[in-house]
Design a binder for this molecule. Structure first.
Ligand SMILES: Cc1ncc(C[n+]2csc(CCOP(=O)(O)OP(=O)(O)O)c2C)c(N)n1
Length: 633
């Protein structure tokens, strides 16, 4: 169906989600068709999380039909699959702004709608948050239902089990829906995922049960008794063979597995679950990408996808130089070819971190631990303690989860674990949950850690081999997107630890920049030159240890310094420079450029850099007024 038809359709016309209550199955199925159309249209234009959202269309409709939202609470895990939820809760007309600057968020957001009852983006929080809401409800004495929806991928994180453990203990009324599609971003990993796949056995049991019942019913007189006996046996056997046994061990009543695309079955099961007491787990089996063939065939590609041609499913080619991620992946392979101790670790982000080829080439030296960043780091510490050279490739934002593991399990023992922090700085459309703008601050105060933010892809390669030679914890952060198209070195030279580089001299002021901000600062210096200002630019390179000698020398010489970084100002690289100046009693005029003490919204990287003045134009403007103020002072 085309969008014109959608306008005249139930979705466009009816007051949702209330209208769902009076709809019959065929109308609900029509709603599902229209929702899929809208999601595919908008994601084809804007990019987004397509496959996961298409997989839960029927589930979302059923939830809003059975439960009294927003009074009843629906808590999505990660929230990347909540597009149907957004469409059904008053955001149909604004849906085309999805993931754009000042548009609808790609994730549930309390500020955006009363139907979004918990902000998400990082995974595996839904059961904990739901349990908190349940506890609050019971203290208050209200009666709303609370439903958490968690994917089988997200269930691999420890926090999900911590929550199940407490929920089973508290025995309060709550529903957890396991959305099981056998996939995380890539196929799900770990013992748990093979456990879930036993649902095939359970399907077999459902069929067998029906056939046995029919047979027994056909036996006169004793048929009924035999059937009762068979039911007892079947219940205990099924308990052993389905994931039910796992959740029942946690104190949950297990319902399922349910076909997540069969609305009739879903409504029945959810209605039953809504009437049951205690913690209930409903196991819903869905297909990722359901209803759009290219996404069904390649759910990993269409998990988080850029704009694509909806007719052909061909993704718009990314133009520009090779990405930092892919340069990281290729360089690591070369390092592993030379050194057998190099081991790579990913936390469910095989493709995203550029490690796919590494995993193929060195299957015995690659570990995907699932969505388990904390475990990834401590697992790496174990490897390092036994002489390996583990490289933990985790997005800056997700590494936030593993702060204590980095501090306590790696740095305290000075173990040689390398942290490859991809997506450092502003990341774009995923917004505040995903920007990597805190790592300068959350890492730089940890003793024993060396931390580099390379300014380009060659420097990234150099940082990588420096880390490999270093006998202690080492982190490097690099941005999302393309490098500068520089010719890569076949034999990258290691960096001297704690050494920055003067890239351009100047007498009016000195910029100490780091990472991507170095190029922006150089460009700003070019612009300033045209305005008659002569500004020096230094690539500080190391956030820790700082190149104290270089910084102090130029601060003394210039007396006017500006620091620039794509990180929050609080506790970041600029703070480190100011602390150094204070420690040495240096009184100079100083300013910091970076991100404010706030969460940064979504938008393209270019839009956001511009909005927050961390691009060349913004740096130029700040320096202009800074230098002019100084001149007139
Ligand atoms: C802490 C954290 N680590 C990694 C991610 C990246 N991530 C987003 S969705 C996803 C897979 C989730 O799989 P699942 O819960 O099964 O949902 P599905 O997409 O299959 O519906 C991952 C790894 C994240 N959002 N949060």
């Amino acid at each position: 169906m085309k969008s014109d038809a959608v306008k005249k359709s139930i979705m466009g016309a009816a007051e949702m989600p209330t209208a769902l209550k009076s709809m019959d199955i065929s109308q609900l199925e029509q709603v599902a068709v229209e929702i899929r159309e809208k999601i595919i249209d908008v994601v084809a234009a804007n990019g987004g999380h397509l496959a996961s959202s298409l997989g839960v269309v029927e589930l979302t409709i059923a939830l809003h039909k059975i439960f009294d939202t927003p009074n009843d609470k629906i808590i999505w895990d990660v929230g990347h699959q909540a597009y149907a939820h957004k469409l059904l809760t008053g955001r149909f007309d604004r849906f085309h702004t999805l993931r754009q600057l000042d548009g609808l968020s790609g994730f549930p957001k309390r500020q955006e709608s009363v139907y979004d009852c918990f902000d998400v983006g990082h995974s595996s929080t839904s059961i904990s948050a739901a349990l908190g809401m349940v506890a609050a409800r019971d203290i208050r004495g209200s009666h709303e239902k609370v439903v958490a929806i968690i994917g089988d991928g997200s269930l691999t994180a420890g926090i999900a089990f911590e929550a199940l453990n407490q929920a089973g203990h508290l025995k309060k009324n709550m529903i957890v829906i396991l959305n099981d599609n056998d996939m995380s971003i890539s196929p799900n990993v770990g013992a748990l995922s093979s456990f879930f796949s036993r649902k095939l056995t359970s399907d077999f049991f459902v069929r067998m049960k029906r056939e046995t019942e029919n047979l027994l019913d056909s036996i006169p007189k004793i048929g009924k008794d035999l059937r009762r006996l068979a039911k007892k046996i079947e219940e205990s056997v099924k308990g052993f063979l389905t994931p039910g046994i796992l959740f029942e061990a946690f104190g949950f009543d297990y319902v399922g597995p349910v076909d997540g695309h069969d609305l009739e079955e879903l409504l029945l099961m959810l209605d039953n679950a809504s009437r049951m007491d205690g913690p209930i787990l409903v196991h819903v089996v869905t297909q990722k990408g359901k209803g759009y063939r290219p996404a069904e065939e390649n759910p990993s590609l269409f998990h988080g996808v850029g704009p694509f041609d909806r007719k052909t499913g061909v993704v718009t080619k990314r133009v520009g130089p090779q990405s930092y991620t892919s340069i990281f992946g290729e360089t690591l392979i070369k390092m592993a070819e030379k050194d057998e101790r190099v081991v790579a670790i990913s936390a469910a982000m095989l493709d995203g971190t550029g490690l796919k080829k590494f995993a193929e080439q060195f299957p015995e030296r690659f570990f995907d631990v699932g969505i388990a960043e904390q475990h990834a780091v401590t697992f790496a510490a174990g490897l390092a303690a036994q002489g390996m050279k583990p490289v933990c490739a985790i997005y800056s934002t997700f590494m936030q989860r593993a702060y204590d593991n980095i501090l306590h399990d790696v740095c305290l023992q000075k173990l040689p674990v390398t942290f490859a922090l991809d997506r450092g700085g502003l990341v774009g459309a995923d917004g505040p949950t995903h920007h990597g703008v805190f790592d300068h601050s959350y890492l730089r105060h940890i003793p024993n850690l060396v931390f580099v933010s390379p300014r380009n892809e060659i420097e990234l390669q150099r940082a990588m081999i420096t880390a490999a030679d270093y006998d202690g914890p080492f982190a490097y952060r690099y941005p999302r997107g393309s490098g500068q198209g520089l010719e890569l070195s076949v034999d990258p030279q290691p960096l001297e630890i704690g050494k920055g580089e003067l890239l351009r001299d100047g007498k009016d002021a000195v910029i100490f920049a780091i990472g991507t901000s170095v190029q922006e600062s150089l460009a700003a210096a070019d612009l300033l030159e045209k305005e008659g200002l002569d500004v020096a630019v230094i690539d500080a390179r190391f956030i820790k240890p700082l190149d104290e000698k270089l910084i102090l020398e130029h601060a003394r010489k210039s007396q006017r310094i500006v620091t620039v970084e794509e990180n929050v100002l609080q506790g970041g690289f600029g703070s480190a420079v100011l602390e150094l100046l204070a420690e040495h009693g240096l009184q100079v005029t100083a300013e910091q450029i970076g991100l404010p003490d706030d969460f940064i919204e979504q938008g393209t990287q270019t839009e956001l850099r511009q909005r927050y003045g961390v691009d060349a134009a913004g740096i130029k403007t700040r320096l202009q007024s800074f230098c002019l103020a100084k001149k007139t002072a």
